[in-house]
Ligand binder design. Structure first.
Ligand SMILES: Nc1ncnc2c1ncn2[C@@H]1O[C@H](COP(=O)(O)OP(=O)(O)OP(=O)(O)O)[C@@H](O)[C@H]1O
Ligand SMILES: [Mg+2]
Length: 351
């Protein structure tokens, strides 16, 4: 979908980007991460030509971006930044409809689309559509920013530290929403952050930059388990296994056979705690370390479907199985998207 070839950017004597080569497949969420000033924002901005590279090529779907009209290019790519940049004098609904308006959609169609997008980011259009941005919380504004970026249904979304101005709880909710939206609509997303846990949680692939160059590019498990050099290892810190856990939920580890279900039901009636299947594996670990012998695991309807103990939370084989499952889902979605059938991609992901 996107091929960056030998991208360089120089500001006088400063080299912001140094021979960056990167291939991003359709439907992948790629996180750019690295120390402050390493070139993350500059690289993101070259993709929609808000920054012109000094050298190199940017190919999107086989077309050389540097030969296309920058204004049309920018309209075809969603862009979300920190602090959103909503127009304060326009209502939420009008803000979301900005790009469709630029693209000449008729009014009824673009307002309908705006309401659909507000629903997608879980803002009730009847409640929020007619408000002004100043009448929303920071997290709600950020949701409007995402709705606006998705409104014209771009295949590609660029996000530069979109969640860094909100509190930690709101931030986790927004991450969860982004993953859910991504399961529904499957965009190709380039996402800049300097938050390692956010990167590991969201990324299909992580691109670690240093001094304008790519140090390592791969799936999060690989960067954590097989860092390319000491800089990568140091960047991700002393607890790679704990960080990897952030990608997994209780569903990846729970034992769900009949014997385990019976044991969980018995434990529950003897006072053991229960957690829903979607609970993060790190949260479960914390509960177990805190003294729970086991946790009964429940489905959405509250039925006991298995149990999880400390011994189950092992990242060896289980994790690679879970990782493989995630990769298989992504591959199925990609195949479906290539077939040009967005609906079937949704079904593949739901299955
Ligand atoms: N317009 C500019 N003129 C001169 N130098 C610039 C310009 N924009 C960026 N730079 C320099 O290019 C380098 C990369 O900047 P960039 O904004 O891409 O970093 P970043 O990785 O996004 O950092 P941060 O995490 O702090 O946002 C830095 O050294 C920066 O000072
Ligand atoms: Mg930046």
């Amino acid at each position: 979908m996107i091929n960056l070839r030998g991208i360089e950017k120089h500001y006088g004597s400063v080299t912001a980007l140094n021979q960056v080569n990167l291939d991003i497949a359709r439907g992948e969420l790629v996180v750019l991460i690295g120390p402050s000033g390493c070139g993350k924002s500059t690289l993101l901005r070259t993709v929609n030509r808000m920054t012109e590279p000094s050298a190199g090529q940017i190919i999107i779907d086989g077309l050389n971006v540097l030969e296309s009209d920058p204004v049309l290019l920018r309209r075809s790519i969603g862009y979300v930044i920190q602090n959103v940049g909503l127009f304060p004098h326009m209502t939420v609904r009008e803000n979301v409809a900005v790009v469709p308006q630029l693209l000449g959609w008729d009014k009824a169609k673009r307002l309908r689309r705006a309401d659909e997008m507000l629903e997608l980011v879980r803002l009730d259009p009847h409640k929020f559509g007619a408000r002004y941005p100043g009448q929303l919380s920071g997290g709600q504004q950020q949701r409007v920013g995402i709705a606006r970026a998705l409104a014209a249904d771009p295949a590609l979304l660029l996000m530069d530290e979109p969640f860094s101005a909100v509190d930690p709880i709101t931030r986790e909710q927004l991450q969860e929403e982004l993953l859910r939206i991504q399961r529904d609509v499957r965009k190709t997303i380039l996402f800049v952050t300097h938050d390692i846990d956010e990167a590991i949680r969201l990324a299909d692939k992580i691109c670690l930059l240093r001094d304008g160059a790519v140090v390592q590019y791969g799936d999060p498990d690989t960067l954590l388990r097989q860092p390319a050099d000491a800089f990568v290892a140091q960047f991700f810190g002393q607890e790679p296994a704990l960080r990897r856990l952030a990608r997994y939920s209780v569903a990846d580890f729970a034992r769900r056979d009949a014997v385990s279900v019976a044991a969980a039901v018995a434990a529950l009636s003897a006072g053991a705690a229960s957690v829903p299947l979607h609970t993060g594996a790190r949260t479960a670990l914390s509960r177990l370390l805190g003294g729970q012998q086991q946790l009964a695991v429940t489905d959405e309807a509250g039925h006991v479907v298995g149990q999880v103990t400390l011994a189950d939370l092992r990242l060896g084989g289980t994790a690679s199985t879970a990782g493989a499952a995630r990769a298989a889902v992504a591959a199925a979605a990609q195949a479906a998207t290539y077939a040009g059938d967005a609906a079937s991609s949704g079904r593949a992901l739901a299955a």
